[in-house]
Design a protein. Structure first.
Lengths: 361, 246
């Protein structure tokens, strides 16, 4: 006798990082249907922005996602600069790239910590959070805060690099590249981890593109696309880096891509620090954005972020639309968990690195 | 495409040292942690090092403040408001009061302050029992030991200067932007001169109307003005407008 029933996982469930629900229909152990339910964290972010002037939105954009605050505020100022047709000084662009990559590393380490606890390995959690502290210390020195960086400004960045920041950055990167192998050893040497990751949540290359997946989730399925390389913003076209792509298409492939991205980010930081030019870091931006429609996109740690700005010539935006990568990725959760076992759900959904702040906005 | 780094990790268990490698890692960590000093600190007694530009709660240098209200207008959460206070030395003045229950420590008040009176402070221990305790009046907001890094300066470069190749003249909007008068709209009401916090506006007679009364127009002393936009906001006929320098 088989019994089919709906199991509600979340909003308070160890596997759901943040407040969201995954309703799954199980036939015995096998999942036959799934529905994600989001909206518990809706704050009316886009509407709030319509009542604020352009500089006032930058600290709000930090609050979209706590572990990728730098990239979101960066994306916002890129959208406004697109509207103003403003040329940012080269040093400011380099500083933004460095801060972006630090943000990417610490966001991926946060994901690795969550992934470790999902699969029952608490040492991974402790070790990766320990490495993350080094990069948060860099953020404190550069921007003045650990998480809500509030660093980019319309027309540049808040302040120049502090004294000896370059040395600290190089030391952190060098140390991290050695230490990350220890965490990899914890994960890849463990037969339990491999057997829980390999072969679950399999998505083919074509399906990944059709579902609209972006970021490491998509590259783990074999689609070779990265906004940093294929539509370069800031000074990314000057750097020599590889976009990691895994052909596996399962949870392990997405894990491997994220680990690889951390190494590549270290590489980019090193190149950016070597080629950092002198000069001003901020230009004076006009307070009113001319009427029009502007958009900007960048590679968030979680996928492709896009902001669409409609301005009407005043000092406040008429409309600001956020295209959040996780909002699209979580809509593919039915396809990801279909046919998997109940116990595979944390492993599969853990690899898309949920962040509800940007999903519900 | 192959992975550049992760593929270097040997798939063969024997090459990784099988069970000896975890043993080695554990003992290495054991020896290291025994010899080296502890990485944890006894929190309430010792505090972690924080840089000068750390954005804690806003602080106020009472003597420098001119009560212009730029901080109150730029604050994204509108947690700053100007209150009238009666000071012993300075008389009746306006000073900012911050509701720290709403403050999100963005540091904009320190960045936009034209006289460096608002600063960022390294004070982050702000827990209180009631919400009223979190409203810091100007006296409680005072921060005496201000160092140089706490006064966040806004160093903006003009695009026109960069095009000319001038790279060493950073400025800020309050040094350049000035209110501009549209003469025919002005009704000589004198409100802008009364509200100006730095007394930069003087009403000068420019002519006589048909009844024989003098027509007065505001004259702005550009060296005193900090471009707080108070006069632009208070003008009943929108006779003053923003003149941006780019």
């Amino acid at each position: 006798m088989t019994s089919k029933m709906w199991v509600t996982m979340g909003p308070q469930h160890p596997f759901s990082h943040g407040l969201w629900t995954l309703k799954v229909r199980v036939d015995g152990e096998v999942i036959t249907d799934a529905t994600p339910i989001i909206g518990y964290l809706h704050r009316g972010w886009e509407k709030e922005c319509e009542h604020r002037t352009y500089p006032q939105i930058i600290p709000m954009a930090d609050r979209l996602c706590y572990s990728a605050s730098m990239t979101w505020s960066h994306l916002y100022v890129m959208a406004v600069e697109e509207g103003l047709d403003l040329e940012v000084p080269e040093r400011a662009q380099y500083l933004r790239v460095v801060a972006d990559e630090i943000c990417r590393i610490q966001s991926h380490l946060m994901w690795l910590a969550a992934m470790g606890t999902d699969l029952g390995n608490l040492t991974v959690f402790l070790w990766s959070l320990r490495e993350r502290e080094i990069f948060l210390d860099l953020f404190v020195k550069l921007c003045g805060q650990r998480l809500t960086t509030n660093y980019p400004r319309i027309g540049g960045v808040r302040n120049d690099m502090p004294y000896l920041f370059e040395r600290d950055c190089m030391r952190a990167v060098e140390r991290f590249e050695k230490k990350l192998w220890d965490i990899i050893a914890l994960m890849d040497d463990s037969a339990i981890f491999l057997s829980r990751m390999q072969g679950v949540g399999h998505v083919t290359r074509k399906e990944a593109a059709n579902l609209g997946l972006t970021g490491p989730t998509m590259r783990g399925c074999g689609v070779d696309f990265d906004v940093r390389r294929d539509d370069p913003y800031e000074v990314y076209d000057l750097f020599d880096f590889e976009v990691p792509v895994s052909q596996d298409g399962d949870a392990y492939g997405r894990y491997a891509v994220r680990i690889e991205e951390m190494f590549q980010s270290c590489e980019i930081i090193r190149q950016a620090m070597a080629g950092m030019p002198d000069g001003p870091v901020r230009v004076k931006a006009p307070r009113n954005v001319p009427a029009g429609k502007h958009f900007a996109r960048l590679e968030d740690p979680r996928g492709e972020g896009l902001m669409y700005l409609i301005s009407d010539g005043t000092d406040r935006p008429y409309r600001l639309k956020v295209r959040s990568p996780i909002f699209v990725n979580v809509s593919a959760s039915k396809r990801l968990v279909l046919g998997a076992r109940m116990a595979d759900v944390p492993a599969v959904m853990g690899t898309i690195d949920m962040c509800l702040g940007e999903t519900d906005r | 495409m192959a992975l550049k780094y992760l593929d270097k990790y040997p798939k063969n268990v024997a090459l990784r040292g099988w069970i000896l490698k975890p043993f080695f890692t554990t003992f290495k960590n054991l020896v290291k942690t025994t010899i080296r000093r502890p990485v944890t600190i006894l929190y309430p007694y010792e505090k972690e090092w924080i840089p000068d530009n750390y954005r804690g709660r806003p602080g106020l240098v009472f003597e420098k403040c001119i009560g212009c209200g730029i901080c109150a207008r730029i604050c994204p959460t509108t947690c700053i408001e100007l209150v009238d206070i009666e000071d012993e030395k300075m008389g009746a003045v306006k000073r900012p009061q911050v509701n720290l229950g709403r403050c999100m420590m963005c540091g904009y008040c320190a960045e936009y302050c034209p006289v460096d009176a608002m600063t960022v402070t390294p004070d982050y221990e702000l827990a209180a029992f009631t919400r009223e305790e979190l409203i810091y009046d100007p006296y409680r907001l005072k921060w005496e030991n201000t160092t140089k890094g706490m006064e966040v300066k806004m160093e903006e470069h003009l695009i026109s200067n960069l095009e000319k190749g001038i790279l060493d003249q950073p400025s800020a909007f309050y040094e350049l932007d000035r209110p501009k008068l549209i003469g025919e709209k002005c009704i000589s009401c004198n409100r802008c001169a009364k509200t100006c916090p730095v007394d930069a506006i003087e009403m000068v007679v420019v002519g006589e109307n048909e009844k024989g009364k003098p027509i007065k127009h505001p004259k702005i002393d550009e060296s005193k003005c900090v471009f707080c936009e108070q006069c632009i906001i208070i003008c009943p006929k929108d006779a003053l407008e923003i003149n941006e320098v780019l």
